[in-house]
Design a binder for this molecule. Structure first.
Ligand code: KG4
Ligand code: ZN
Length: 353
């Protein structure tokens, strides 16, 4: 089975062809980072136009690299939400057009589900598993029961963790997107223990027994720290390292609560997995911290390969493989959705909650 996947929900135009036996036949990605650096963030209208300008060429290039034609495809998958609606519509309409013209099934992919399924592109991870979804727009803990079947256990009261990285990095004078730049800056810290003592940050809402996130307070703490600091390169590296460390600790702290709840909810599940996915999962400190925490609690941390952690076409194509195998194709009347919570996938197909 060969599936074409199209991703256009934010600022990456991604197209890939993936097979059901886990081969990525092609994976082309055009980043709009340079386009959006001038404004310090994504301008939705500009992003949508940039997807439109390049998508046809990228689809042609993806098929060429895979050594196939449209006729060899078994289905066409496109992100139909959630995301910036203009961009989502561009990719979705392109996918529908290819599906209609070549008489192939159309697969409407939920971008969040694609992140949550991407680690399965590398190896079989049996359901149910725990998902920590950390991206620019979302910070959630979910249980993946099956394809199209998720329970939301935690989300954020305000900003997503990727947003917290990006906005804090911007305050530090780093370019868009801030997450990877902040990580690079933090790598210049010479003594992490001293940096944490000099620039302390704390886990938000630590006393709360609820599994929930909030990142706006940390953003304010960053502002206050910068305001009273001489912003030399050394000091900024120390602040970045201490800040990154508290974000990693915060995610770990809430993951521990979720792992305990998972064990209570699924007492017979052997060898449970914790999956970390979404763009922020490209952060090495966060991966390492979660890896240690997971193994201390009897879980194995699984993550997508680095190149598929941030938005890309292969994750959409792989989700397309999984959805098609589960019989979840979509009509051409499917609408693009700016908001599309994973829990709604069940009801969308007529299943009961
Ligand atoms: O999943 P993604 O590519 O797009 C969304 O669906 O939102 O995630 C993008 C987010 C951005 O906030 C970006 O700064 C963050 O992921 N990110 C990182 C790193 N690479 C990307 N954050 C921290 N460290 C990184 N290495
Ligand atoms: Zn994403």
């Amino acid at each position: 089975m060969k599936i074409l996947g199209i991703e256009t929900s934010c600022d990456e135009t991604g197209v890939a062809v993936v097979t059901d036996d886990r081969q990525v036949l092609s994976h082309v990605l055009l980043s709009q980072i340079k386009t959006h650096q001038a404004t310090g963030g994504v301008v939705p209208e500009i992003a949508a136009r940039a997807h439109l300008d390049h998508l046809d060429d990228l689809i042609a290039q993806s098929l060429k690299e895979a050594g196939i034609t449209f006729e060899d495809l078994d289905g066409v998958a496109a992100t139909c939400g959630p995301g910036l609606i203009g961009g989502v519509m561009v990719g979705m309409m392109a996918g529908k057009a290819v599906a209609l013209a070549h008489n192939k099934p159309f697969i409407a992919v939920n971008h969040l589900e694609a992140h949550a399924l991407t680690p399965r592109l590398v190896e079989d991870i049996p359901f149910p598993y725990l998902v920590l979804l950390v991206s620019g727009g979302h910070t959630q803990i979910l249980v993946a029961e099956n394809i199209g079947h998720y329970h939301l256990w935690a989300s954020t009261r305000d900003d997503a963790v990727g947003e917290c990285f990006d906005k804090s990095a911007k305050m530090m004078g780093l370019p868009y997107p801030g997450g990877p730049h902040l990580e690079k800056l933090a790598a210049g810290c010479k003594n992490i223990k001293a940096a944490k003592e000099k620039y302390p940050f704390s886990i938000p809402m630590k006393g709360s027994k609820e599994i929930e996130f909030s990142f706006s307070g940390l953003k304010t703490a960053m502002r206050q720290t910068l305001d009273k600091t001489d912003e030399t390169p050394e000091n900024l590296a120390d602040i970045a390292a201490s800040f990154q460390s508290i974000l990693a600790k915060t995610l770990s702290y809430r993951a521990i609560q979720a792992m305990k709840k998972f064990k209570e909810t699924y007492p017979h599940k052997s060898d449970p997995s914790l999956i970390v996915c979404g763009g922020v999962s490209a952060n090495t400190t966060i991966r390492e911290t979660l890896d240690k925490t997971a193994s201390e609690h009897g879980f194995t941390l699984k993550a997508a390969p680095m190149k598929y952690a941030t938005d890309n076409g292969a994750m959409i194509a792989w989700a397309g493989v999984e959805l098609l195998k589960a019989g979840r194709t979509a009509p051409l009347s499917t609408k693009a959705r700016p908001r599309w919570p994973l829990e709604e996938l069940r009801t969308a197909t007529g299943e009961t909650k």
